[in-house]
Design a protein around this ligand. Sequence first.
Ligand SMILES: Cc1ncc(COP(=O)(O)O)c(C=O)c1O
Length: 350
Amino acid sequence: MLHETMVEAVGHTPLVKLRCGGGESATVYAKLELQNLFGMKDRVGLQVILDAKADGSLKDGAHIIESSSGTMALGLALVGTYMGHPVHIVTDARTDALTLAKLRAIGSTVEVVREMGPEGWQSTRLGRLAELLDENPEAFCPHQYENPSNPAAYSSAAREIIEDLGRVDVLVASVGSGGSLCGTARALKAANPALRVIAVDAVGSVIFAQPDIPDRLQGGHGNSVVPKNVDLGVIDEIHWMSDAECFQSTLRLALEEKIFAGNSSGCVYKVAEWVARSMGPNQRVVAIFPDRGDRYHHSIFNPDFIQSRNLDRSDLPQTPHQVPYGTVVHQWSRAMLSDPQQGQTRRAGE
Ligand SMILES: Cc1ncc(COP(=O)(O)O)c(C=O)c1O
């Protein structure tokens, strides 16, 4: 496929039929967002920048400043620097060396905050971001948690899926800001209002009414704040996964499907596989895989790390425990939101 610019090369990701479905079960297709130039949020970087240029909030040559520890930083740095904007990323000590090297190599500047504040790393980063924006009033900050351009970025992914498959019956995706799941779901639902939408979150993430576990190991998906871009109105069902379940499934995804991906893909894989088994043939499940496994080589793909943290336990459940929404969960669990008695009037975090 020929593209005239790197920016035009964002998206157009493969959709691959997995081995885990088929036969008597539904077929599972993986949307390999990890095959973007950097990862899934290249689409978001592109959309927020184009929208901000169109509405005048990003002037030619103005700075772009954002707090991010991974895929969003890379997407913004890619598109922002390509279009001639200095991009400045505020991050913290948890960001891996590979991501820092990529960010610097393509010409963005990175500021790593060193002190954890009373409310964790996130609050220190947001404090520094606010200072930088005060010092530079012309700068543009995408605010991915509340910016509608974040979910809107995935209408292109949904269009690609519909072009490839036509009808989709179930969408499974992880949730961090809510952009990828809710944006893709809204666009797919426009084509099939009966689409079943399954969100996957980490045990210890507060997005769906759970208590915070700040030292959870899963990253990318999950959050310690509740983003406005999480729209419960499009979600039917939520699954939570523990660190051990998520990491073991990420390892299995590499072994069984040959997809070397990050931990959010791992837990989405487990849920997609499970839901396909509960459905009949001729049904289609689409699973979104956000990033590659490279930056997890010291953790998930390091047997010493897995053993030292007791993440290789063999007593993990093979099916989710069904709970009413609001029940505190510790292992693979699911709650329904589309029950008319329950979720329709809820907001994320409640
Ligand atoms: C690797 C990875 N997976 C999943 C997510 C969650 O995606 P979203 O923010 O669209 O909810 C993110 C978000 O940053 C991520 O970086």
